[in-house]
Design a binder for this molecule. Sequence first.
Ligand code: ADP
Ligand code: MG
Length: 730
Amino acid sequence: MVDKGGKEPLETISLLIEGAGSGRDADLLKAKIWSLEGVKELNLDMESRQADVTFDPSRTSEKEIIRSISETGMTCSMAKVKERSTWWKEKQQLALYGCGIITFFSFILMFLGVGPSITNALFGIAVLVGVYYPARKAIIALINLTPTIHLLMLIGASGAILLGMWYEAAILIFVYSLGDVLESYAVDKARGAIRSLTELVPKKALVRKDGHEVIMPTEDIDVGDMVIVRPGERIPVDGKVFQGMSFVDQAAVTGESIPVQKNVGDEVFAGTINQNGSMEVRVDRTASETMLSKIICSVEEAQSKRTSYQRFSDDFARWYTPAMFALGVAVATIPPLFFGADWHTFILRGLVVFVVSCSCGLALSVPVAVVAAMANAAQNGTVYKGGAYLEVVDEVKAIAFDKTGTLTIGRPEVSDILVYSDITEEELMDLVGSIESRSSHPLAAAIVRKAKEINAFSGKEVKDFQEISGMGVSASADGKQYLVGNARLQQDKGVLLNEYRESIEGLESKGKTVVLVGSEGHLLGLIAITDTVRPGAKDALQRLKDMGIVTVMLTGDNERSAKMIAQQVGADRYYSQLLPLEKVELIKELRAEFGTVAMVGDGINDAPAMAVSDVGIAMGAAGTDIAIETGDIVLMSDDLSKLDYLIRLSTKAITIIRQNIWISLINISFMVVAALLGYLGLVTGLLLNEASAVFVIFNALRLLKWSKTTDASVAVSSDREPSASGGAAN
Ligand code: ADP
Ligand code: MG
């Protein structure tokens, strides 16, 4: 038995590997290090040749690890012990601090009356210490002949020195580098929020192999392996419970805050937390294919579908920096050359223009806002597949919902079986069940389930099976042709319904879907099916309506049951008996009427409608791959109450982006005018500039922590658990 529950604090060491080159070496190293007892985590970066090993010090030691690496023929040395590179250890920050401290020190000397020869020398040293990193970037820019911000900055500082403004130069370098560090910290933080999702999956798993329990790296686990998950552990794989039962906190994948009970046969997801029971899980997907890794991939790819604001800020940066460069040069040269103005004054003004244009606040704050909003969404079980959808969702005026599987649970149950010919109920269910077992429609599944339940299902031989989209199916069995589907289907194929109209309509007006079984012009019987309205659907729609959004229900189902369900959920409008292509037409009409329209569906036969809407929102059912592929946004938890969260989040993100753009633009224009008129000094110019950049970026970062309750004016009702589900009993 292997014990994973050690209480010792873990230690991390970083090792520099010498003599490693190829990927094969990496595999060898990995195998070697993982073979040690007590190793909990291994991060191997072959590019920097660094291995970070986290281990339980009571079970192994640094020496053990180093020894086992040397057995491979490679050698290693300690890179940084224990803690991973904390940020103050970075060289760039050291340079920044050095520059700051020396500047500060020489300021004090200056106030104490020490002569300028000494203080200026100290300021010069501060510049030398701090300038290295900005200068490196500036030189790259110079080589590429692109006037970047770093280059403008460097010119500003050199100019200040040439004009004998030593302390300005030192402060310039310091403030600029500080801004740079703060900005990259903010960007890392936003990116890291997405990357931290990856870290939810344990690196190692306890696997049962040939009767033994072994610890394996999660990425080496295969489909079909048995993984043992103890209480309190994170589940390392996607799979089905094979043995045991437990409550699982699925917040990481679905955003649901309440743990879900898992019994044998239920699906569990990598990254979720097993709470109280021990379970054995049969693996369904390899580590790179899990739901969580799909979420992460989607979010990462999403950064390529950019918002119009991002395009704006990029375009802006493209002409702004060169324009400022030209303006700076013009200000420094034209007045003294042609109008006999004072060189010193105008060179200084030109430098101030350079310095105030050293802002990347605008360029950075938009992508940071987008990434932060998407990270927030991912943590709430919703996945944006493009930053551009933030903008679309913010503008949504109407939302169309598919009925089955979206507004209803999509797990319909057979409630009535009526036979109109000389066959028995069992014979009817056997026949229809056998035909429907070929269909993937939720109604078909309900019929098959019922047929099996009453022991009528024999699995007859079925031929010529055909699905008639939005209407039903046809097939032949026992030498006869059968039609199973709605009234429209039967009428189209000449099955007479007249004498049964009344009982059909009676069932439909109770909200039931009636599946008719016809053959050779006659109705053999019908099967009535009920589907429960999703608990919370009504609340969710109400909250959308409170926000002024029109809710529309679309369904292929009959008029009466559509009306019934639409009333139950409180949809503003409903359209029934739609074929999938008619749903597409309808979405087009809604777009013409409302402008921006979202379509919420489960991806089963409503994918085309989702595709023509401005933004398709897929019900993820925490696992269906179709949803993840068809939706522009995916609701991993099937939870309609996430819709108003999505809208509020998107609106918040767009508001913050607009704020930032305005703040940056106003600030820039103010500073440029002030600089031209000579009202702005080098230091104040740069301080204003960096302060605004840091401000807008941190303003964008607020989206990481934003939650609906902090902003929502409408309280979230908590009493939406029981309610519906009545009447669905057998
Ligand atoms: P929805 O819009 O509610 O998702 P569909 O477009 O999937 O509905 O189907 C519309 C109607 O077609 C159903 O209400 C049902 O009457 C009929 N139908 C579709 N597929 C089947 C099937 N496999 N068996 C029986 N009836 C079906
Ligand atoms: Mg459907």
